[in-house]
Write a protein that binds this ligand. Structure first.
Ligand SMILES: *[C@@H]1O[C@H](CO)[C@@H](O)[C@H](O)[C@H]1NC(C)=O
Ligand SMILES: *[C@@H]1O[C@H](CO)[C@@H](O)[C@H](O)[C@H]1NC(C)=O
Ligand SMILES: *[C@@H]1O[C@H](CO)[C@@H](O)[C@H](O)[C@H]1NC(C)=O
Ligand SMILES: *[C@@H]1O[C@H](CO)[C@@H](O)[C@H](O)[C@H]1NC(C)=O
Ligand SMILES: *[C@@H]1O[C@H](CO)[C@@H](O)[C@H](O)[C@H]1NC(C)=O
Ligand SMILES: *[C@@H]1O[C@H](CO)[C@@H](O)[C@H](O)[C@H]1NC(C)=O
Ligand SMILES: *[C@@H]1O[C@H](CO)[C@@H](O)[C@H](O)[C@H]1NC(C)=O
Ligand SMILES: *[C@@H]1O[C@H](CO)[C@@H](O)[C@H](O)[C@H]1NC(C)=O
Length: 270
């Protein structure tokens, strides 16, 4: 066959050559993930909500946002999945930008250690970040109510809102905040005032957050005793309840937690 149609053979060879070079140039190994335009524009909108800071100098229009400081993208989809701006000394001009809530594929978000100027957390928006497994807003000068949206983030494994001394839990109550956070392993609310749901804080945790490993609620204005059902939280490794006015004794069942250090209790009370 080939001897009778040499031209066809050549054409097929050329075609095969074209296809192989074309594929190598456009896809496969060499491909780098580019930031999606809507994600870049949300990030740039966030940038505008901070006073100028050289730590965000890589955040420039027209460049690939997947390579910007603190930004990480999913390699397959190009969506922004991590945003870690912790301790960048950022100061907001007008509070947390709602543009953040358009980054709906975020799994890990940290804005801790910056200065949001005692502004409130936006009431609406956090519920859109449903993929979040880790949320860290600690030590960031947030004030007011803890946003109800955070209580909808059922995939959260780690929640850190600690050291925002003007932040408080009232509506939602402590119980409402944790009700759907059944995947939570780590909860840090140190120095956040728990003003409602305080009476059965330990019951709420036992009922709603069975996988809890680390909990720190120092200086939260807790006064109610630790309920017996708290003993159901058998994965606990660290418990910090310092600087509260918790009544009653250190419960005997604490000794039964298999993962707690055997020698000496963690700092429970002041
Ligand atoms: C192709 O991918 C492999 C595996 O990820 C990697 O080791 C190699 O360096 C890549 N080559 C190029 C040209 O990107
Ligand atoms: C940039 O971030 C670093 C920490 O990552 C911080 O020490 C520094 O003060 C920041 N720069 C400015 C100008 O705020
Ligand atoms: C979020 O995205 C939508 C469309 O994708 C856009 O209309 C809206 O302005 C964005 N909101 C913010 C705060 O960036
Ligand atoms: C939150 O971020 C701060 C850094 O600003 C860090 O010290 C702290 O451990 C983080 N919290 C969690 C739960 O990882
Ligand atoms: C995201 O958060 C989870 C839960 O805290 C953690 O196990 C994981 O290492 C974090 N991933 C990144 C990329 O920081
Ligand atoms: C918890 O989830 C249930 C079922 O999805 C929902 O009806 C309820 O409003 C949620 N509660 C909170 C506090 O988010
Ligand atoms: C906590 O107390 C409130 C009112 O006292 C009650 O309605 C609620 O069911 C209690 N929650 C739990 C988890 O026991
Ligand atoms: C959680 O507790 C474990 C066990 O004590 C500890 O190794 C780990 O560092 C703690 N995590 C944080 C973020 O403190």
């Amino acid at each position: 066959m080939s001897s009778r149609h040499p031209q066809l053979h050549l054409i097929l060879l050329l075609l095969a050559y074209y296809c192989s070079t074309h594929t190598a140039a456009s896809g496969g190994n060499g491909t780098t993930i580019q930031c999606l335009p809507d994600q870049a524009s949300s990030l740039l909108q966030m940038k505008r909500s901070f006073f100028h800071n050289p730590n965000l100098s890589s955040w420039q229009h027209g460049t690939d946002c997947c390579h910007w400081e603190g930004v990480g993208c999913d390699r397959a989809s190009g969506q922004v999945i991590t945003l870690d701006l912790s301790d960048r000394n950022l100061r907001s001009t007008s509070g947390l930008s709602p543009a953040l809530f358009n980054l709906t594929s975020l799994t890990n978000l940290s804005l801790s250690g910056n200065d949001f100027g005692l502004t409130s957390l936006p009431s609406f928006g956090f519920e859109r970040l449903i993929e979040l497994v880790s949320l860290n807003l600690s030590d960031a000068c947030f004030a007011g109510q803890i946003a109800i949206g955070i209580s909808h983030l059922k995939n959260l494994r780690s929640l850190d809102l600690s050291y925002n001394t003007d932040l408080y839990l009232q509506d939602p109550s402590f119980q409402t905040l944790v009700a759907n956070l059944s995947n939570l392993r780590e909860l840090y609310l140190d120095r956040v005032s728990i003003l409602s749901g305080e009476a059965n804080w330990s019951v709420a945790l036992a009922d709603s957050v069975p996988l809890l490993q680390n909990i720190s609620l120092s200086t939260c204005e807790l006064s109610s005793p630790i309920h017996h059902s708290f003993s159901q939280l058998r994965f606990l490794t660290t418990i910090n309840l310092a600087d509260n006015e918790i009544s009653g004794q250190v419960p005997g069942f604490f000794a039964k937690f298999s993962f707690l250090p055997k020698k000496g209790f963690p700092p429970l009370y002041k």
